[in-house]
Design a protein around this ligand. Structure first.
Ligand code: FMN
Length: 521
């Protein structure tokens, strides 16, 4: 933020319409350390060190940070020189301080940095230019106040005065600065818009350039970002956000972690066969054959999948191999399964909606990865059909799969450990499980296809889950595979492919697999 002014802050009381832009406080997460005469300030997004700071200034600083006292109140007991020193610290360490726009001595809004490289130039916004809140701005209650945040901005704005809220309401629909004059005097409108535009919360409309309109509506890159996708992106990784992040166990000692193994629902169950490793190794194709032959298949053989195939498939992809912990490094019970998982937390659960499978009645089942069995959770035909229909829709009605596998996440299993990134990590887990399923299905001669969309509300209702506790994050369809007759598979690439790097490896590998699945002539 620009234009902060120590002199203005220490100046006599402001006139009613006077605008001041200056430091008004310090972040509550600043850590203060004084050693060998050096004052060191540290926050998640920056630090600052200074020699020769008066003890009274350090004391006042500690008090301001601990109690959230406004800077103007915190300096009351200090001499003018000491107060000046504290304001200088705030100005020189802008990522540790809160800046305010004050109207007639009363705070209108506060701004604080949320990123290490937070910096902006205050914009000059003529009163007749149309302005609009960016479509990426979110408004929420945070730390006891109403704040604006945006994945396009490296600052947070706290709305303090009702007039600031009224201005934001008008900006939500788009207006000119002149339209805001009913709420605020001209100097306040210019200051507020200057900072909101400069920091990236408000857009100005282009009217005489090549492309007219607001950037969110006209910029090809911004147009293609969804609000929620960009918010998630900006918070699933570090860089633009100053809140606690990563595997920091925020609830350790407060809330019990979810168990490594979900309590198995009660219901009729089907115990599945456990395959023998030697039997699998005796017939498994090579890794390269499977990797290269893997493809998404959306049509199915005449013979349905069998319960033995489902047993082998689930055992090879998703069974629990062992459990371990808790330990000092991992203060929760963990498990090991065939696919990788962040923190070995294994929050994903599998549900099978069976349309057609030899040995399993149609219905919705939970896969118990310990007991290696399917437990019936819903036998209502219309619920089953709704689940299978949603899966078919995801394939543009190309597929009418034998089985839909719904992957759910027990969300608190991850969010007990990871702040800010837990949901995105679950999507990564769904991804690695997709590939594990693709490869095992290919090796077994089944028809696999991952899906990009699914109805989490429907799945929660049909599978009897609480949406906030466990809901679907992935969908995978599976069926028997129609193996082409000998000679029917021309060893050619699809006609519309333009070869780049050995695409025939895939064709050759598929031929190898088909020969194997047809067996000896
Ligand atoms: C995460 C993910 C989502 C997918 N979503 C769908 C989908 O919703 N519908 C569909 O028919 N195929 C879907 N697929 C399959 C892709 O269309 C397929 O992988 C892609 O066209 C490449 O073809 P290949 O798998 O045969 O190599 C998805 C695959 C993945 C990995």
């Amino acid at each position: 933020m620009q234009n902060s002014s120590t002199l203005a802050t220490l100046a006599p009381p402001a006139a009613p319409a006077e605008i001041r832009e200056c430091p008004v406080g310090f972040r509550s997460d600043v850590v203060i350390d004084v050693r060998d005469g050096v004052l060191r300030l540290l926050s998640p997004i920056g630090g600052y060190a200074l020699n020769g700071v008066a003890p009274a200034v350090v004391e006042a600083l500690r008090d301001i940070v601990a109690s959230g006292t406004a800077l103007a109140d915190g300096v009351e007991k200090l001499s003018d020189t000491e107060a000046g020193q504290l304001y200088t610290i705030a100005e020189r360490a802008p990522k540790l301080a809160e800046f305010g726009i004050l109207l007639g001595g009363r705070l209108l809004v506060k701004l604080e940095a949320t990123a290490r490289d937070a910096h902006y130039e205050k914009a000059a916004v003529p009163l007749d230019v149309r302005v609009k809140l960016s479509k990426f701005v979110l408004l929420r209650s945070h730390a006891g106040a109403l704040v604006l945040e945006s994945p396009l901005a490296r600052h947070r704005v706290t709305l303090v005065a009702p007039a600031a809220g009224a201005a934001i309401t008008a900006l939500g629909g788009g207006c000119t600065g002149a339209d805001l004059l009913g709420e605020l005097p001209e100097a306040a409108v210019s200051s507020l818009l200057g900072h909101l535009v400069g920091a990236g919360f408000v857009e100005t409309e282009a009217v005489d350039g090549g492309v007219n309109g607001f950037p969110s509506d006209t910029d090809p890159v911004l147009r293609q970002w969804d609000f929620h996708d960009l918010v998630t992106h900006s918070r699933a990784r570090t860089g633009r956000f100053d809140q606690p992040f990563g595997g920091i166990f925020p609830f350790l000692g407060e809330i019990e972690p979810q168990p490594a193994l979900k309590p198995v629902p009660t219901g009729p169950s089907i115990v599945l066969d456990r395959p023998e490793l030697e039997d699998i190794l005796a017939v498994d194709p090579s890794l390269t054959t499977v990797l290269e032959a893997r493809t998404s298949v959306r049509d199915y053989g005449e013979t349905p999948l069998s319960v033995a195939q489902i047993g082998e498939f689930l055992y090879r992809t998703a069974r629990v191999r062992a459990v371990y912990g808790p330990s000092e490094a991992t203060p929760y019970e963990a498990s090991t399964r065939p696919y990788p998982c962040g923190g070995a937390a294994y929050e994903l659960e599998l549900y099978l909606t069976v349309r057609r499978c030899d040995g399993i009645e149609p219905g919705c089942y939970y896969y118990d990865p310990v007991g290696h069995r399917l437990v019936l959770v819903n036998e209502d035909p219309s619920d089953r059909q709704a689940m299978l229909h949603a899966a078919s829709v995801a394939t543009a009605m190309q597929a009418n799969a034998d089985i839909l596998i719904t992957m759910t996440a027990r969300h608190q299993r991850l969010s007990w450990k990871y702040r800010s990134m837990a949901y995105s990590v679950s999507l990564k887990h769904a991804g690695v499980l997709y590939q594990t399923m693709y490869l095992v299905a290919t090796a077994m001669g089944l028809a696999p296809c991952g899906l990009g969309s699914g109805d989490a509300d429907l799945a929660a209702r049909v599978l009897g889950l609480d949406y906030l506790t466990e809901s679907s994050v992935g969908d995978f369809i599976l069926g028997s595979r129609a193996v082409p007759q000998e000679g029917a598979t021309a060893r050619r690439l699809p006609e519309n492919w333009r070869p780049v790097n050995d695409p025939q490896w895939g064709v050759q590998s598929q031929s190898t697999l088909f020969r194997r699945f047809r067996g000896p002539a």
